[in-house]
Each structure stands twice: as C-alpha cells, then as structure tokens.
Design a protein around this ligand. Sequence first.
Ligand SMILES: [Zn+2]
Length: 624
Amino acid sequence: MLPSRSVLRPLGTAEIAITGGFWAEKQELNARVILAHCEKWMERVGWTANFDRAADGTVAESHAGIEFVDSEVYKLLEGMAWELGRMPDPALERRYHALVARVAAAQEPDGYLHTSFGRPGQPARFSNLEWGHELYCFGHLIQAAVARLRTGHDDALPAVARRLADHVWDVFGPGGRVAVCGHPEIEPALAELARATGEPRYLELARLFVERRGTGTLGPIAYGAEYFQDDTPVRDATVLRGHAVRALYLSAGAVDVAVETDDAELRAAVEAQWEATVARRTYVTGGMGSHHLDEAFGTDFELPPDRAYAETCAGIASNMLSWRLLLQSGDPRYAELIERTLLNTVLVSPREDGRAFYYTNTLQQREEGVEPDEFEVTDRALSSLRAPWFWVSCCPTNVARTLASVQLSFATASETGVQLHQYGSYAIDTVLGDGRRVQLDVRSGYPFDGEVTVEVGGETAVEFALTLRVPSWARGAATLRDRGVPVAVDGDTVTIERRFTPGETVVLSLPMEPRVTRPHPRIDAVRGQVAIERGPLVLCVESPDLPHGLDTEHVEIDLSVPPRASANGAVVTLRGRADDQPASLLPYGDPVPAPRTAPFEAALVPYFSWANRGPSTMRVWIPA
Ligand SMILES: [Zn+2]
C-alpha cells in the first residue's frame, strides 16, 4: 500500500514495530497460534492438497471444498509474509516456502492458476464469473505476493503473481473479454501489484474491472445485480449496498484506481458512499451488513442487533477502504472508524486462545450458544459461539493477515512530520522527505488506559511536526502536555511542530470515563436502549456477570446512577425484570408490567472479549 500520490505516506515493516502491551499480545497470538491453526485446518480439510492434485492432474476427481478455497491458502500466505516481515522466524520461513512451492507447482504454462476450473472433468475457465470466484482468488494470491514484495522479497510468489496477472491481462485486458468477477477483490490487488512492481498494465486492468462493474456484464442471480454491485457503476452510486464484503473490497479498489489515475470524480463518489454508509448503515461496533440471507447491507437504519451479520471480513474490508481514504485526505474520521471497527468487530472474531473464530458478529445473543466441536467444520453463520473452522472460512485467514500487519495502520509520515492514528505501544523509525530521521517510542495501556506517552528517540535534535489524533469522544476532555507544559487541544488532531530533542516527551491523556451512547431515533430495533462505551471500546453485558438466575434478556439499566470505570470495562446499575404479562394470546396489547428487582451493580466487559467464558447470553444495547 504505497500510493504514488497521497497526503500521508504509509510506513513499512522496517519503520514501525509493536513493542508491547495489548497489540503485542494479539500479534504474538497470531504468530504462535492463529497462523498455524489456519495451516493445520487447511491440511486437514484438503484445501492445500488441492494444489498438489492440480499439479499431478488428479484434482478434478478429488477437489476438496467449495470453488474458492484457494483464496484461504493465499490469505494464509499473505499473513505469513507479513509475519516474516515483522519478525524473522526460520521455522515459519520454511513452512512459507514449502507452501509457496505447492501453489507454484499448480500454475499452468499460460499463467492460469485455480484448482477448481479448466481441467478435464472441471468446468471451463471463466465459465461461471457470477459464482466461480476465479478472479477473486487471483486477487488474494496477488495480495499475498504484494505482502512479500512489501517486506523486501521479490521471489517465488511474486513471480507466480506476475505470470497470473499477465494471463488475466491477456484474457480480460483491452480488446479482451469485457467482464468482471462476481466477487470483487482483484481490483485493489492489481492496483497494489502495479504500485509494487511499477507495471502500468496491472493498474489499467484494475481500472477496467472497476469501470465495467455496474454495466450488467454479470448474468442474473436470485439476489439481484445489487448483490455484486453490478446494478450501478461505482462512480454513480451514492451508498454501499449489496453483499458487504464485495462492496467494500470494490470500493477499496476504486479508491486505488482513482488515486493512481488522478480521477477526482471517482474518489469523491467513493468518499460520499463511505459517508452515507457510515451514517446510516453501520453498527455501533463498526460492523457492516445486517442481512443474513445475502450477507448484505440493509436499507438505511436497518440495524437490528440480534440479526447483525457484521461479518468479520466486512470489518476488515471496511478498514481497507477507510485506510485508503485516510491516506488520501489525512481526515482523522477515517482513522476513528478504523479504530472502532478494529477493536469492536475484527477483534471479536478470534477466541482468546486463537483456536476458534466468529464469522458473524451479533450484538445480542438471546440464548446461550452451543460450543462447536473442536474437530468439526461449521457452516459459516450457524455457530452461536466461535468455531474452529468453516466450510466458507474466509474470516480466520483474514484475521491472520490483518493481525500480522496491523501495526502498519497505526501511524503514517509526510514530508514534514509523523502522524499517530492508533494508540498502543510501538516504535517508529522513519526518514522524512528531506532526510530527517525521526525515532519515536510510543507507550500506552490503550485501549484500557487513556494515557499515551510519545518519547523522542535518536541521538540528535530534529525538527518535525508530530500529529496525534484526538477521538471525537475525547473532544473537550483530552489534555496534552509537551515537555510537561499543557497545550490546548481543540479539533480532531493536535500537532506540535518544533525542534525535538532526544528524551523529550509529549503526553496525550484521553478520558476513559464510561459514556452512555444513544442510537439514532430511526434505528427502530434499539429504540429506548443505550450502549455503554469506554474510550474506544464498546462494552456489553454478559450473563456470567449477572446475579444467578438472571439473563441479559431480563435486565434494564438505571441511568440515574452514572456508570463508572472498571479496569477493563465499566460498572453499571441494573434492575432485573420478569417478562410482562401479555394482554392477549399474542405478545401485543397493553401488558401487565412485571415488577423490577432492587437495583444491583454489574460489570460490563469489552464487547470484543465476550463469549470467552463458555456459553452465555449477551447484549450491547440495554433497555433504559
Ligand atoms: Zn469472512
């Protein structure tokens, strides 16, 4: 991700590293458990062996899994590449090269590479663009190659990706077949490959795929053309709609194309779609998608908590889009949505031990779920608790590649300064446009503690601009001390531009008192309810924290007692209540209200941490 023109420049793996705390634990879990978990499962269910079968000519009779499982192997390879770039590990490197060799062996002489199509006994290549996911899988292979290039290695996988992209150019490039894939993904991948290799044909191909979308090249499907965004050209659309992951990957690719081709109209169109989608189609957790049937966005304000789909991958895709818009504009609102989505949608997915994942991320669990079998594959949306693997297992590998590279979204540089967008403990060592080297040590107990200390490192004094993001929830209550001296904080960023001497510190303090959040009145499903947030975290009430005999369906919050902070969440005052006595056979008509219990205190925990204590009920929105 290195746009040829942008306001902010992303940092590479050599320029930023997590040094401890919350994010170090997550990256360590990914390195130690999640990557190996994904690898082991794909061996177990035969998805990796598909490449061996493709190479030896027997895959038509023995292909394992649905037609897009190649993409999971590629996302694992991307995660491994980022991890190797972050932290050398000879054992992981051997596993990486072994896996790349198996993938490369399945590539055909003309560059085509897919285990489900094109051989005798299989459907013909590109014969089912609506559902076949061939170009989608290619996109993930290309992104895995870009991760390898971005971490300094132009070796086997980038070579495979170039041959594959050249093949796609021959088939779908100028003068070729006018078509797109039913699942966007190759668009951002090709644009990034163009950036990483300097090959302009890949960018042109990305542009063609973006421009062709919405022109009806895909055949009719039951969900309608909106499902794969083929209803309206990207530049004419006003809001994101249809399948959420598809819509968000496409938008990310459209921004890449708009940036690299200097297409202001296209960029403005996607910015407006982001704005409308965030304002009317996004859960308080940052989750997107409220339709289970087609994994799609609902209509405006259709955000039922108990029917939230909020797929983990949609959260990751949303952050891919917001990141691109952040780089182009410097607007901290994009970083704020990234923070909300990362902490409250993406991080919900992996179980604390890294061996099970949420695919969908409900905001209300009405009944205790059933723990899926540790050795069984689950249907994607059926598990009420995290599952080890899914028949469509896009989310675990997406989590793996995201955690392996998450530090890259924490900060950026510009010609004259460094911008901190996300907080935690990490070190930056970068060189600004004119050769000034800036070294920073950022330390924080974030997201639980609101104090962020930035210490200037290096050996000599250096003049630069240090910009810190001030979240909207901290507006008016955040404080900043520069060398111990208070500095006024107003607006959504604060910049200190001066000559910094090694050892000097800037300390940002963000308020961590719990906040009562009310929904927009048009979100009917949560009218009369409140959510409690603390810092960047959305909290929830979970049944293990309630008195025995109560579940989360039978509590109300007493807001006459202000919530107070606990170590990781908040303590609130609740009352229990039985179900009202209905006035008729049906649950309608004026009921006889049930009495409330005496008020009692209960702990709210971070939403991302729920369902780590066995089956439970849970809700984010609490009746007030
Ligand atoms: Zn997914």
